[in-house]
Write a protein that binds this ligand. Structure first.
Ligand code: TXA
Ligand code: MG
Length: 352
């Protein structure tokens, strides 16, 4: 067990003391959890190989799942990537700092622990004052996966990091809720056509607005697919209770779900329902039913911000099963759908 220091930080005007403390620990090879605009990251200097190994141990992360290198300005990319195609420059200028991770060929000087032995490396510049200032002060590229135990929902609150990693890392910078709530879009630039490996806040439409229509390959996530991002082969974002995702016509889903929920709560089971504000009227207050709102259906950004926190709440309430109504797959709704799909482990039912 390690004594984990927990510092509250102002998210918009981070305190000098906290930033300097974080930078000093990173430079000495310690592990620091910090907020980004997507989710909290668990950082270590890329040049401290033992520390990078400790990230995998602290998270219980499989050793073949590579980490994202975080930079504070895009010019640092030359320190990490062996080749920087024109497309990368364009995208970096457009979207950094921001929730876009680029996969590029890696430099030999970057320790292989970071990329889990792959010849490529994931890189991004996060758009959060605490992350940016911490990275600037550290003056080193920082490898950081999401700061959760492997398989658990990613942390969108400091309290989530405390719950998962207290006693395992040196410092947690707690700046409250992150903004976006879902991890960055991962875009592979080493394939012939740029390919989305993980959908996120920077959507296909936004990428094609910069690279040209039809230039980007959409994310795939069916059960039998060969995993493209190494992280895609694991059951992810999983609450303790099994989650079933329902797609199709909303009214039909709600009628169908109400029948199941009446039966199961009637038998004394606790059920968690993830649905939209508009769905609330379709479900009466029932003992045993916890309705978790993903916000307004037309506003997927709201669902993105809430999702991981709600999945953790389902665990806290101790529900026996979670039923989720699929979001419309437009804009960031695609990323919300992707995370729900992964949390379900492919347990998806289409209601016609
Ligand atoms: O928003 C985010 O991206 C957050 C914050 C902390 O920056 N980070 C994050 O890291 O989500 P992590 O480790 O939880 O997810 C990184 C994803 C994994 O699915 C991993 O397999 C993939 O990126 N990845 C990393 N390096 C890769 C590479 N060289 N090739 C393909 N996929 C890679
Ligand atoms: Mg993660």
């Amino acid at each position: 067990m390690i004594m984990t220091e927990i510092l509250k930080v102002n998210p918009t005007a981070p305190e000098e003391e906290a930033l300097n403390r974080g930078a000093a620990i990173l430079r000495q090879g310690g592990l620091v959890a910090f907020p980004t605009e997507t989710v909290y990251g668990l950082g270590a200097s890329v040049y401290h190989q033992e520390s990078v190994k400790r990230i995998f141990i602290a998270k219980g992360r499989p050793g073949d799942n590579p980490l994202i290198v975080h930079l504070y300005q895009w010019e640092q990319i030359a320190e990490i990537a062996a080749e920087i195609p024109e497309r990368a420059v364009l995208l970096a200028r457009h979207f950094w700092p921001g929730p876009l991770t680029l996969i590029l060929p890696k430099k030999d000087s970057l320790p292989s622990e970071v990329s889990a032995g792959l010849p490529t490396v994931a890189i991004r510049v996060p758009a959060h004052p605490v992350a940016l200032e911490l990275l600037r002060r550290t003056q080193l590229p920082v490898a950081a996966p999401s700061a959760n135990l492997s398989g658990r929902p990613s942390p969108t609150r400091g309290s989530h990091v405390v719950a998962d990693l207290k006693g395992k890392i040196e410092l947690i910078l707690d700046a409250g809720p992150t903004g976006m709530g879902l991890e960055s879009t991962v875009l592979d630039l080493t394939s012939v056509r740029p390919r989305i490996l993980r959908p996120g806040g920077v959507t296909l439409e936004m990428l094609e607005a910069v690279l040209g229509a039809g230039e980007v390959e959409a994310p795939q996530f069916t059960k039998c697919d060969r995993p493209l991002a190494p992280g895609m082969k694991y059951r992810h974002y999983a609450p303790q209770a099994p989650l079933r995702l329902y797609t199709g016509d909303r009214d039909k889903i709600n009628r169908y779900l109400l029948k199941i929920i009446l039966r199961e709560t009637g038998a004394g089971k606790k059920i968690g329902l993830l649905a939209f504000e508009e769905d609330r009227k379709d479900f009466p207050d029932l003992p045993g039913l916890s309705f978790f709102s993903l916000g307004e259906r037309a506003n997927p950004a709201e669902a993105a911000e809430r999702l991981f926190n709600l999945l953790r709440l389902c665990d806290e309430v101790g529900v026996a099963a979670i039923y989720a109504v699929a979001p419309p797959r437009v804009g960031v709704g695609e990323a919300v759908f992707n995370r729900l799909w992964k949390a379900s482990g492919g347990n998806v039912e289409e209601i016609k």
